[in-house]
Design a protein around this ligand. Structure first.
Ligand SMILES: NC(=O)CC[C@H](N)C(=O)O
Length: 367
């Protein structure tokens, strides 16, 4: 099936791109951000951390290996608000694929646009910074579409975890064969993180985002895992207050991405919105403890404030980004708690950082 319907991508600053509609027809806005990964589009689209965002894939061919249900899904549905790419392929070749990305998007009611000069678009976002955008295959007049775009909320100050989090607790892993009971706080968790925890002997109880701390403690966990997720961490006082209480139990705690930002907030360190964030599979990070470099998978638009860590009594920086020196990992000096801004589960991405799950297991064994 060839895509022929025209679509319009409009940015908050008035920049417009005309292209071809893909997925479902309609109109949808979100924060526009780009992912430079060469592969792993299905994992990206189903990662709940991307909720509310329009993803620009810089890889020039998207869709050419179709989709594989379950195996490559990081949650139970497609979470992105929209997708932008250069060449969109409705033809796919992979014998394990279930169907095309076009069909996947149609079923998930996702709106996208192809035949966009993504190099130009990404340079523009890199220079001007992250902003809201809207895709439409129904409103092709930029002025009219701008009125719709103005209705899209700003990502700054937005709490989205409670929208994507599980509504009821559930268990992952084998209770009898596991060594530890881990309370997992689901702020938008990816399945591959749970998989990495269970592989290391964790029996996980996954709690909804706003679960009262007492209810979590009533399960008597051996440690805590604070998940990734969408939105602005500074708008989640309910979560950072609870993370503080978890840290104070002195039980091992590990946080990834949003979970890292929440550990910082719980330790009295603020977060800020980045110029255009980090999203890709090749971000170089230096581990300051070992001196080794890791190539990491990343997806974040907020970061931890470096000035407030300097000289902090209880927190130290463990990892830095070698591109821009932003904070990539912290640990508490007084508690068995640590976190990273990037994605050691690496789905998609290189596996350099999976040792962090082993370090969590080590803390649990020591406790
Ligand atoms: N992957 C994540 O957990 C993202 C965290 C946060 N929403 C950010 O954009 O920085």
């Amino acid at each position: 099936m060839t895509q022929t319907k025209e679509a319009l991508l409009l940015l908050e600053d008035g920049t417009a791109y005309r292209g071809t509609a893909l997925g479902m027809e309609g109109t949808k806005g979100g924060e526009i951000c780009f992912n430079t990964g060469m592969t792993g589009y299905q994992e990206i689209y189903t990662d709940p951390s991307y909720f509310g965002q329009i993803i620009v894939n810089t890889n020039s061919h998207i869709g050419n290996y179709g989709v594989q249900l379950e195996v490559e899904e990081e949650s139970d549905s497609v979470k992105i608000s929209g997708m932008v790419c250069n060449t969109f392929s409705t033809i796919y070749s992979r014998h394990t694929a279930d169907y095309s990305l076009q069909e996947y998007f149609e079923r998930a009611k996702i709106i996208g646009i192809s035949n966009v000069d993504t190099r130009h678009l990404v340079r523009h976002v890199r220079q001007k910074g992250v902003m809201n955008a809207i895709i439409s295959s129904e409103i092709l007049d930029a002025k009219e579409l701008m009125d719709e775009l103005h209705k899209v909320p700003s990502m700054e100050g937005l709490e989205l975890s409670s929208v994507v989090s599980t509504k009821t607790p559930y268990y992952v892993g084998d209770e009898t064969e596991s060594r530890w009971r881990i309370a997992v706080l689901d702020y938008g968790i990816k399945k591959s993180i749970l998989h990495n925890l269970t592989l290391r002997g964790c029996y996980c109880k996954v709690f909804p985002a706003q679960t009262p701390f007492e209810e979590i403690m009533a399960w008597n966990p051996d440690g805590f895992f604070i998940s990734n997720g969408p939105g602005d961490p500074a708008a989640m006082a309910y979560a950072s207050n609870d993370v503080k209480k978890m840290v104070d139990t002195q039980k091992p705690l590990f946080g990834i991405c949003l979970g890292h930002q929440l550990l910082a907030l719980a330790s009295g360190i603020s977060t800020y919105k980045m110029h255009h964030g980090h999203r890709g599979l090749n971000h170089p990070v230096k581990n300051l403890i070992t001196g080794l470099c890791e190539v990491t998978s990343q997806n974040h638009g907020f970061a931890v404030n470096p000035e407030e860590i300097q000289g902090h009594a209880d927190v130290e920086v463990t990892h830095v980004n070698l591109n821009d020196k932003t904070i990539e990992g912290i640990r508490r000096k007084d508690r068995p708690a640590f976190s990273v801004q990037y994605h050691p589960e690496a789905s998609p991405g290189p596996h350099d950082s999976r040792y962090l799950f082993d370090e969590f297991a080590k803390l649990l064994a020591e406790a």
